[in-house]
Design a protein around this ligand. Structure first.
Ligand SMILES: [Zn+2]
Length: 416
């Protein structure tokens, strides 16, 4: 979820939508080489961050089994784009805390589990790397869960264990605001990183085999988490700060630190995290866009799925009319390539933020994913490296995190 609350503080929002069937039909034909399509189909493609859960719970028009005319994700478009596994985000806004946040989190966990139960020919509820491989072998899409924001544990380690038991496989330590034990990258420092309880949360995550996700956290929280964890970490949806200077993105030093830890940085496709020009312009939105957002906010009345879909439409229209700079999907490749240069091809992956962010032009939905494989091959990447970036790296990290948990959480830092 790239959105901030309230919406006018956001870096920006989503794009997507509207009637792209023609583009979709031509995409798998002309724009992608046969070699890329074959490699893409052979690879296990994993996306570590999708906000589609908001639609499952709060959008009565959404059917995951149908090809929808808005949003970025559904079964037909995942199939078309060769997406083999996705982490459904369990996300509650940072300002919803305590029991209401827990209730909302449980509603969303239930929605993901029910989606898998009701579509057994297409989805397989997965909690391990082996489950993802099994789903791919059975030509199903692995449905996983990541929890975006430590405030949902309500400062209670028992809830963390409950969420893990229900299948949550990563915890993003914060969302856009600080919680009681960790500082966020988009809030004023309150704890100097992680508190003693926050460090215990990291240790408990290691013990449970739940990945520590450092997307969204303050830089100090990032370094504190790395100092405590005995397993590799992930950045489930973050891009490169040297290209787009947003605190949600990773500095080169952070990229190197994740590589040393054995973890993986999953590149976010949000236009405001990809393009510095878009980021700056979207922070000074015109009165016209602000007025449209105001009207939309009133109309949606706090329904997050509505806010996302409508905000996406407004940002997309602003890009097309020139009110906001146009951002091409090729910026995703620029970020992947930079992260690979700094951290190495073993430490980079894909964390789209689909259904929660402003997609760049040309990456309107999951059906466009083979273009990434095609572009990396054209850049001279080896097939082995492309397969790692598409999903091999996050599978390796999951296996290492599972091994640390099996060792009781006391194993030394993996990799090396
Ligand atoms: Zn997010």
């Amino acid at each position: 979820m790239a959105r901030m609350q309230p919406y006018f503080l956001r870096a920006s929002m989503l794009v997507t939508l509207v009637a792209l069937p023609v583009l979709v039909l031509t995409q798998s034909g002309g724009q992608v080489s046969d070699r890329a399509r074959q490699l893409h189909d052979r690879a296990i493609v994993v996306d570590s961050h999708d906000d589609t859960t908001q639609r499952l719970v709060y959008d009565k028009t959404f059917k995951i089994e149908a090809r929808n005319t808005n949003g970025n994700i559904d079964i037909p478009r995942m199939r078309e784009g060769g997406l083999d596994a996705l982490f459904f985000s369990i996300w509650v806004p940072s300002d919803v805390t305590g029991p209401p946040a827990v209730k909302k989190a449980l509603d969303q966990i239930d929605a993901v589990r029910e989606a898998a139960r009701l579509h057994p020919n297409d989805l397989l509820l997965a909690t391990t790397a082996a489950d993802i491989r099994r789903a791919a072998a059975e030509h199903k899409i692995a449905a996983l869960m990541g929890m975006e924001g430590g405030h949902m544990i309500d400062d209670d380690m028992r809830l963390l264990r409950d969420y893990a038991a229900l299948g949550v496989r990563y915890l993003t330590l914060t969302h856009f605001k600080n919680n009681n034990w960790a500082d966020s990258s988009t809030d004023k420092p309150a704890h100097n990183g992680l508190t003693a309880f926050g460090k215990d949360v990291v240790r408990e995550l290691n013990r449970l085999g739940v990945m520590v996700d450092i997307s969204h956290v303050a830089d100090k929280t990032f370094y504190d988490a790395l100092a405590v964890t005995t397993a590799p970490v992930i950045a489930s949806h973050s891009s490169c700060r040297v290209i787009a200077n947003h605190p949600r993105n990773m500095t080169d030093d952070m990229l190197r630190a994740v590589a040393k830890n054995g973890g993986v940085v999953m590149i976010n496709y949000h236009a405001g995290f990809l393009s510095e020009e878009f980021r700056v312009a979207s922070e000074k939105k015109s009165g016209n866009i602000v007025a449209k957002m105001d009207a939309m906010s009133k109309k949606c009345g706090g329904n997050e799925a509505c806010t996302t879909m409508e905000g996406e439409r407004i940002d997309h229209e602003a890009m097309m009319s020139g009110e906001l700079p146009k951002v091409s999907w090729e910026k995703i490749i620029e970020h992947i390539d930079h992260a690979v240069k700094i951290a190495g091809a073993d430490h980079v992956g894909l964390g789209s933020d689909f259904d929660g962010a402003t997609m760049p032009l040309g990456m309107e939905d999951a059906s466009k994913l083979p273009k990434i494989t095609d572009a990396l091959l054209k850049k001279g990447y080896s097939e082995a490296d492309v397969q790692k970036i598409l999903g091999g790296n996050i599978l390796r990290v999951m296996e290492q995190v599972e091994r640390v948990a099996q060792g009781g959480g006391k194993a030394p830092t993996t990799q090396r």
